[in-house]
Design a protein around this ligand. Structure first.
Ligand code: BDP
Length: 700
């Protein structure tokens, strides 16, 4: 477990041991922090000769930084690393607090420098946290074989809040979790501290995550009881040295459930007093508690509207309780009702009028797109539309709608696409990344040995953290970094793995929901295709609501002739989406209802284009399998086999998606498949009869 080898001698022995070790040796537990020895020929630069670290800072976070450097360097360089009070030889790694303009409280600088007549690598920062992030950055540099001589690196996070949201329940179940039960063993906390909590914190710190919401947004009030707060405190104490603050999802009606009040009305003095005293109780235990996350009046959760109050009234009440302690209230904008209004419009309609009404320590947490974490959505129209409100972008790392933990889908490309989308407001040059101050990722972690349910799902955790640190990073360079750290630096590995990752998300879009389609997944569990479902009580619970396929065409008209959701975007952005020939047709059916026989950009009819895209999706997975096979012998057998098995399942499921969707759409369009495209393997009724009552992650 993250152990590094102490000396070259031991390293050689360890390799032998690993070779004969039981099957758990390459189980993915070490994530991207493997710290395996660097090939001698690739060691250049003074830092590569490091045998000592000198820490000119005191405190638990500086200690964490030093311990990670020791662990990492001794593994990578195969030497024993000593801590020393002063520099006495070349190659030392020096951690020093030094007031430096422009680095803020989390930034760092790393450079090679002469100190006491010796050539050293100096990591400097204004804070211990900066030293921690700088230490991980240096290790990453070695792990990815970047030059270590004469470099001068300055970096600081673009967003102050970079957090994971766990949808974990007190009973250990993880909603939409595909990596086993919750990491938090509430039963044994606070008494027993699983060493895994530290490894979780290290992994997060290595990518700059600085906050974690421990429990599900569909929150149970019991998380706020004194007994649970002691457990939360125990975790907060473990995470603190690693720069991570703990937050809790708060159930809005907790004053009734726990405080036995008659109401949870946010303007009621007794309710306000209850939240104040609960907040004080929390800060007494956890002085750096981050704040509350709230899902209110959404999917059956209680909220201020139960008392005819607004979301701002609710959020501001919690913000007032948190303000004396520096905490924030993260208020989710994920709301929709059965009102009959286009679901894609509802959050904007609800929240936009509240701009300017939220307290300054409220952050509105908005999903990346206007519906719900679909394989592809246009950006949420609230980004840039509420200039007087602090905003967070919420992304889903766990792949509820992108194939659970079996399908290989690298989400870095999806988030890059959203973050760089031009909102054209509040300024003409604005992009989504300019309109947010925080990013929250719904975690994909669980108690599986590999943490995320599959080896490649680790990349999504990694990419989320890196993008939250710097939203201008390119998904491709993140994929390369991760590949080098996770699979190896061999150029053949990098050349095969990175392209697999970069095309993977588009493959999923193509075999699930091409051309701007959305929410065709099986209702409830969201496993597999079910575009035919139309019998759910609320209109927007039915896939047919989203695709609107009929004998003449398919797609949701969100232009002025339809729901006019387009009008929620700045005119320049709306014009782009409105353009029938939207680039690469990515959003076509999101915004338009299009005739089956209409010719689209490619020159094909829409029907032929749809069939073609479904086939591309399946072919893409086949290509991934072929490329992956080329890595046999280049990556370890254990992980090679695990990925191979997943890819085989993905190919089967991609075909299933393609066949089921085409069988259904054909039953509506009554059109023949274009030449060269195989008919679905089974009749439509076969797919419609499939049932998955035990699909994982379903709320219960
Ligand atoms: C949906 C999930 C549901 C979550 C909800 C949310 O299916 O389990 O509770 O999002 O974000 O996508 O609140």
């Amino acid at each position: 477990m993250f152990e590094s080898r102490k000396s070259p001698k031991i390293a050689a022995g360890a390799v032998l041991l690993f070779a004969a070790a039981p099957a758990s040796a390459e189980d993915g537990y070490r994530l991207w922090l493997r710290y395996d020895p660097v090939e001698a020929a690739q060691l250049t630069g003074y830092a590569a000769r490091a045998t000592e670290i000198v820490v000119d800072a005191h405190g638990p976070t500086a200690e964490a930084a030093a311990s990670e450097l020791k662990r990492g360097l001794s593994g990578l360089l195969g030497t024993t690393i000593f801590s020393r009070p002063g520099v006495d030889r070349d190659g030392a790694i020096v951690l020093a607090l030094a007031r430096t303009a422009g680095l803020g409280t989390e930034g760092f600088r790393i450079r090679t420098k002469h100190l006491n007549g010796h050539r050293v690598t100096l990591i400097s920062a204004n804070s211990e946290r900066g030293l921690l992030y700088g230490s991980f950055a240096l290790l990453r540099r070695i792990q990815t074989r970047r030059p270590l001589d004469n470099f001068n690196l300055r970096d600081r996070p673009a967003l102050p809040i970079r957090m994971l949201d766990h949808w974990d329940n007190p009973d250990g179940f993880v909603e939409r979790g595909y990596a086993g039960r919750s990491l938090w063993d509430w039963q044994s906390l606070p008494g027993r501290i699983d060493p895994r909590y530290v490894d979780y914190a290290r992994a997060n710190a290595s990518i700059g995550i600085n906050g974690t919401v421990l429990n599900n947004v569909n929150a149970k009030a019991e998380m706020l009881t004194a007994a649970y707060l002691l457990k939360v405190k125990a975790l907060a104490d473990v995470f603190r040295p690693w720069g991570i603050r703990v937050y809790l999802s708060a159930r809005f009606s907790a004053p009734i459930e726990l405080g036995h009040l008659k109401t949870a009305d946010p303007l009621d003095p007794a309710v306000r007093a209850w939240w104040r005293s609960k907040t004080t109780e929390i800060y007494r235990l956890i002085p750096d508690f981050g704040g509350f996350l709230v899902k209110a009046n959404s999917e059956g959760q209680p909220g201020p509207q139960d008392y005819h109050r607004t979301h701002a009234d609710g959020a501001n009440m919690l913000a007032a309780a948190l303000r004396p302690y520096g905490g924030v209230a993260l208020w989710r904008a994920f709301v929709y009702s059965s009102s009959g209004e286009d679901r894609a419009k509802q959050a904007y309609d609800e929240f936009r009028p509240l701009d300017g009404k939220f307290a300054s320590n409220v952050i509105l947490q908005v999903k990346n797109g206007p519906i719900d974490f679909q394989p592809r959505e246009p950006f949420h129209p609230l980004f840039g539309a509420m200039p007087a409100t602090r905003m967070a972008m919420e992304a889903q790392i766990t792949k509820e709608y992108l194939g659970f933990n079996t399908h290989l889908a690298y989400l870095g490309s999806m988030w890059e696409e959203v973050l760089k989308s031009r909102t054209f407001r509040p300024r003409p040059a604005s992009r989504v990344s300019d309109t947010i101050g925080a990013m929250a990722g719904v975690a994909n972690t669980g108690r599986d040995r590999n943490w995320s349910g599959s080896d490649f799902d680790q990349a999504n955790w990694y990419a989320f953290g890196r993008l939250a640190w710097d939203p201008s990073l390119k998904a491709r360079s993140i994929a390369e970094e991760w590949t080098r750290m996770t699979w190896g630096n061999d150029s053949r590995i990098v050349a095969a793995v990175v392209p697999i990752m970069m095309t993977s998300r588009d493959d999923v879009v193509n075999y699930m929901t091409p051309l701007g389609l959305a929410h065709l997944m099986g209702t409830g569990h969201h496993y597999g295709p079910a575009p035919w479902v139309s019998d759910q009580a609320r209109p927007e619970w039915n896939p047919t609501y989203y695709h609107r396929a009929d004998a003449t065409g398919i797609g949701f008209d969100r232009t002025a002739t339809g729901s006019n959701a387009l009008a929620q975007y700045a005119p320049e952005a709306a014009r782009r989406f409105d353009d029938f020939y939207v680039s690469a047709l990515d959003y076509l059916l999101w915004f338009h209802h299009v005739r089956w026989d209409q010719r689209v950009h490619s020159g094909r009819t829409l029907w032929d284009e749809l069939v073609t895209r479904y086939d591309w999706g399946v072919q893409g997975v086949q290509a991934m399998r072929t490329d992956w096979r080329s890595l046999k012998g280049l990556v370890d057998d254990q992980r090679f086999a695990a990925v191979s098995a997943n890819l085989a399942a993905q190919e089967r499921e991609a075909r299933w998606w393609r066949d089921a969707c085409l069988a259904y759409f054909q039953s509506v369009s009554h059109r023949p498949l274009p030449p060269g495209h195989a008919p679905p393997e089974h009749p439509l009724a076969y797919y419609q009869a499939l049932r998955f009552p035990n699909a994982p992650g379903q709320p219960h």
